[in-house]
Design a protein around this ligand. Sequence first.
Ligand code: PMP
Length: 352
Amino acid sequence: MPRFRSILDTMPAYKPGKAVISPEGRSFKLSSNESPYEPLPSVVESITRAAVEINRYPDPGSVKLTGALAERYGVPYDHVALGAGSVAVAQQLLETVGEPGAEVLYAWRSFEAYPLLVSLAGAVAVEVPLRDETHDLDAMADAVTPETRLIFVCNPNNPTGTVNRTAELGRFLDRVPENVLVVLDEAYREYVRDEDVPDGLTFYRDRPNVAVLRTFSKAYGLAGLRVGYLIGHAPVAAAVRKTMMPFAVNHLAQVAAVASLQAEAELLERVETVVKERTRVREALLSQGWTVPPTEANFVWMRLGERTMEFAELCAGSGVAVRPFAGEGARVSIGDPESNDTFLAAAEAFKN
Ligand code: PMP
């Protein structure tokens, strides 16, 4: 019997959002916060053209994409680091700090990959409970110890959709020692409409220990291609590049991401439509009598407690896949109007 690391005995496997099919053959996948839109024709065209080049390895340094991101955000080239999805960038980050005794701090509940990746990196996870479904930044700052190496702040938070605003984040960052890296995970940044929610880049600019994590998977609609990035000061970005698996970001992903930046205006129009649907869905849920925290992301959070799995099953009966966290609640992505209407009908049926 091969011997594995003991952490594998206790670490659960990552559970991806599933699709379900109703008895009538209908399927609405609202379980992974994906874009409901098909890729733009211009993006498909660029991938199609690049397909004939895949006998070659991808550009290991992703020079074009890195340059395009640096230009897009007005940051130096050496402040950008890539990975095969922002979850891979998070793993690369943890590889840069993970060693026995190193502590990694994050709010809980938050992005479900954090605890898995922290354990896998051999570090100690320190979870600080949410307060009112939101990061409790005071408690998080209180939880910093001399062993703390990295803090994730997920803003907006997955799965609650809640946010932390500029003043409180500034106060929090002032309290974090300069030798602790703070990673602002902004996977849902493009959906934020509250003007008091900071663009993490404004904090990164004058703080060498702050970095921003972003992705092409959500607003840019490239979840299937796997590309995410970090913007941080040169030593941080360099460390994250070192811990990337060689050639992790594949050729088609690089090409599609560059094409998506070129088509950004069109993509952000789609985001606007999702934001409008988000408002409609939340208001409909509120009028059905649900408690739904205000959300700045492309999903809503329903704290269902013990009824969570029952709710998910009822939704599945209508072909709607939601993301249940047993005993806690369900996260439901905002999809196209038909998916959202089907979900709202299921939610109403559950209420009755
Ligand atoms: N961060 C957060 C907060 C997320 O919700 C997700 C996706 N569920 C990710 C990172 C990772 O996304 P990806 O790897 O597709 O970039």
